[in-house]
Write a protein that binds this ligand. Structure first.
Ligand code: IPE
Ligand code: IPE
Ligand code: MG
Length: 227
C-alpha cells in the first residue's frame, strides 16, 4: 500500500462542458469527489493524501471561475471546522497563503489549529495557491533569512518547504488525460510513481483509486539502485 498518494484534481471544466454546463458546475462536483476520496483513502489505511486544488497559475482564469473555486474552498473548510475532530483527519494547507483572502486565511488557521489537537495517523494536505517552483524559491528565501542557517543539504533544505514533516509521495495520480505535473510537488516527486487516467476528476471514484493502487503495486521501485 502506498503511504502517501498525491492527486492533481484535474478535468472539472471538461466534465461540465461535456454536459453543456458552466465550468463552475464541474468544480462543485469535483469538490464532492474530493470529500469521497479523502475518506476512501483514510478507510484504506493510506496515511497521507495530498491534493492539488488551486495552482499559482490558476489566477489566470476568469474572475467568476476563481471566485467559485474560492467559495467552494471556504465552504469545505467551514464544514471541517465543525466536523474535523469526529472525522479524525489532520488537515494542512500547502501554498502561499498570503495571496488568499483574509477570510480564507483565517479559516485555514482555524482548521490547522484544530488539526493540531487531533491524534490520528491520517493526513489530508490541500494545495491552494501552490506552485512547486514558488515553494522552492520561498524555501530558499526562508533559509537565507534564517539566523541559524544550517549547512545546505537535501535534508536541511526540505524543512523549509511547505511539505516539511510530510513524507514524499509514493504515488502521484493525474486524471483527465493530461500527462504533466503542472508545477505540482516538483521537489517531492523525484522518485514518485506516476499514474495517468483519462477519467475526469468529477467521475473519479473508489474504483479508479483502486486501479491506480493496483498499478502502483506492480511497479518496481529502484531509487537508482540495482537488484
Ligand atoms: C481542475 O479542473 C480544477 C482546477 C484547476 C482548479 P480544471 O478546471 O482544470 O478542468 P479542465 O482541465 O479545464 O477540464
Ligand atoms: C493543475 O491543473 C492545477 C490543479 C488541478 C489545481 P491545470 O488544469 O491548471 O493544469 P494545466 O493548465 O492543464 O497544465
Ligand atoms: Mg485542467
Amino acid at each position: 500500500m502506498p503511504r502517501h498518494i498525491a492527486i492533481v484534481m484535474d478535468g472539472n471544466g471538461r466534465w461540465a462542458k461535456k454536459r453543456g454546463l458552466p465550468r463552475t458546475a464541474g468544480h462543485a462536483v469535483g469538490a464532492e469527489t474530493f470529500r469521497k476520496i479523502a475518506y476512501a483513502c483514510r478507510d484504506m489505511g493510506i496515511e497521507y493524501l495530498t491534493v492539488y486544488a488551486f495552482s499559482t497559475e490558476n489566477w489566470k482564469r476568469s474572475r467568476d471561475e476563481v471566485n467559485t473555486i474560492m467559495e467552494l474552498l471556504k465552504k469545505y473548510l467551514n464544514e471541517l471546522v465543525d466536523t474535523l475532530v469526529e472525522k479524525g483527519v489532520h488537515v494542512k494547507v500547502l501554498g502561499d497563503k498570503s495571496g488568499l483572502s483574509p477570510e480564507l486565511q483565517e479559516l485555514i488557521r482555524k482548521v490547522e489549529a484544530i488539526s493540531d489537537t487531533i491524534d490520528s495517523p491520517y493526513h489530508a494536505n490541500i494545495c491552494i495557491n501552490y506552485g512547486g517552483r514558488d515553494e522552492i524559491i520561498k524555501a530558499a528565501q526562508k533559509w537565507a533569512e534564517d539566523p541559524e542557517r544550517p549547512p545546505l543539504t537535501e535534508e536541511s533544505f526540505s524543512h523549509y518547504l511547505y511539505s516539511d514533516g510530510i513524507p514524499d509521495p509514493d504515488l502521484v495520480i493525474r486524471p483527465s488525460g493530461e500527462q504533466r505535473l503542472s508545477n505540482f510537488l516538483l521537489w517531492q516527486s523525484a522518485y514518485s510513481e506516476f499514474y495517468f487516467t483519462d477519467t475526469l476528476w468529477p467521475d473519479f471514484d473508489e474504483n479508479t483509486l483502486r486501479e491506480a493502487i493496483k498499478a502502483y503495486q506492480r511497479r518496481d521501485r529502484r531509487f537508482g539502485g540495482a537488484k
